[in-house]
Write a protein that binds this ligand. Structure first.
Ligand SMILES: Cc1ncc(COP(=O)(O)O)c(C=O)c1O
Length: 419
């Protein structure tokens, strides 16, 4: 029997998801005990080197890396990582057009120029090929973003970066335990940056940390997170301008306990996402997200693409129909590539219409539609579905049923243009 428009919940048909999604508590007694220890220790400042030390030790053990520096957010540690590269103002940093602005804040505050490489149409990540097209003699860093936890093709990117002697920062805010050829993302480039904000795989409300195996970079990142004060007595007090991005002991305490949960959370999310992929990948109107066979995504969210030529309605019609079926779907990840936001399009980064980085560069940089056509196409043809480690098998099956139901109805040409 063919699915009819009347069968959709949005048109009064039976709703697919009638039971609530399974939920769970993210924080509990283990976090509380860590907080109690901080109070017993008597200081809430990271300067007491109590929880911050044990947090960084545990991070180093988990990632098998040599250095870890904590800060007040993912954006803060990315800023400190960019600053630590000590690139003179006016030079270029390549990054992704599909990301949170937190990947780019540090570039702009360091008076550098963000340059956008286009993305792969199915993984939504920037590629070595797209980065190569953007490299100039002014390129001084690359920030790759492992979107939704899906690792970028790092071997190719690192080979390219080495060819041009350009450092690579990995933005792993969404990518805890993303695995690329057996390596954890964040340990492949020169610096890996993570976010601990409330929405991420693990959290302490707000926070972040950077990891590296480069001793000099570590000290510089640390300096840039704390006013460039000479906290390690290395004779570099206030050598440069640096913000104050410290995190309190209370947050390190929560983050310390959360670190133990990364593997369970990412394994559950992966299992849930794979279940969904299995059940929707045969749908003629859908392209499921591409994860390379040598990679493992940690699925911070799940975003699939819709083939516009197979569907006789708009993306928002699909999303509204899915929502009516009880699935909290949204269009795209961000509404449009980040360079199409007003701040970029009008280069309104600073008040008064003055963008010091561009003036210093003696060049003109323009942002707007057409810069990265694939990124634009991806975001205008994608539907994002939340993934949670708490969702049950039934939750995932209901999601798949709803997606197939809605997509099948709107694929049915019989109903083109009406009911
Ligand atoms: C890819 C990416 N980079 C950077 C950030 C910034 O992290 P935070 O919100 O902790 O500053 C986020 C946060 O949403 C992110 O998703």
């Amino acid at each position: 029997m063919k699915a009819s428009l009347k069968s959709l919940a949005i048109n009064g048909g039976p709703k697919v998801k009638n039971t609530p999604f399974t939920r769970g508590a993210r924080y509990g007694e283990t976090e509380m005990e860590q907080i109690r220890e901080v109070f017993r220790n008597g200081s809430l400042s990271y300067w007491s080197k109590f929880k911050v030390k044990s947090f960084c030790e545990k991070v180093k053990e988990y990632f098998k890396c040599q250095y870890c520096a904590g800060g007040s957010s993912g954006s803060a540690v990315i800023h400190a990582a960019v600053a630590a590269l000590e690139i003179p103002p006016g030079y270029e940093v390549i990054s992704s057009p599909i990301t949170d602005v937190g990947s780019l804040i540090g570039i702009l505050y360091q008076n550098l120029i963000p340059v956008f490489a286009d993305v792969d149409p199915y993984s939504y990540n920037i590629t070595a090929e797209s980065i190569r097209k953007r490299i100039t003699n002014r390129t001084k860093a690359i920030i790759v973003v492992h979107l939704a936890g899906n690792p970028c093709e790092m071997d190719e990117i690192i080979a390219l970066a080495q060819q041009y002697n350009i450092p690579v920062i990995e933005d792993c805010a969404q990518a805890y335990n993303g695995i690329y050829k057996g390596k954890k993302v964040g340990t492949i480039g020169n610096i890996g940056c993570f976010s601990l904000n409330e929405s991420k795989h693990i959290s302490c409300g707000d926070g972040g940390f950077a990891i590296t195996n480069d001793e000099e970079l570590y000290y510089k990142i640390h300096n840039y997170l704390d006013k460039y004060y000479d906290r390690h007595q290395r004779g570099c007090r206030m050598h440069h301008l640096a913000p104050c991005y410290r995190l309190s002991e209370l947050q390190y305490a929560v983050a310390f306990a959360q670190l133990d949960k990364i593997d369970a959370i990412t394994t559950a999310r992966r299992r849930n996402a794979e279940l969904l992929t299995d059940k929707i990948k045969h749908n003629q109107a859908i392209v499921v997200p591409k994860v390379h066979p040598h990679s493992q995504s940690s699925f911070w969210f799940y975003m699939f693409r819709v083939k516009p030529e197979k569907i006789n309605c708009s993306l928002s019609d699909l999303v509204e129909a899915l929502q009516a079926e009880g699935i909290s779907a949204v269009t795209g990840y961000i509404p449009r590539p980040i360079y199409m936001e007003k701040m970029f399009a009008e280069k309104a980064f600073f008040p008064g219409g003055i963008w010091p980085a561009e003036i210093i560069s003696s060049r003109t940089y323009d942002y707007g539609r057409g810069l990265c056509p694939t990124a634009e196409e991806v975001l205008s043809s994608s539907i994002r579905i939340p993934i949670s480690e708490f969702y049950s098998k039934q939750d995932m099956e209901d999601m798949a049923t709803a997606i197939n139901k809605v997509l099948n109805v709107y694929q049915n040409k019989k109903y083109f243009g009406g009911s």
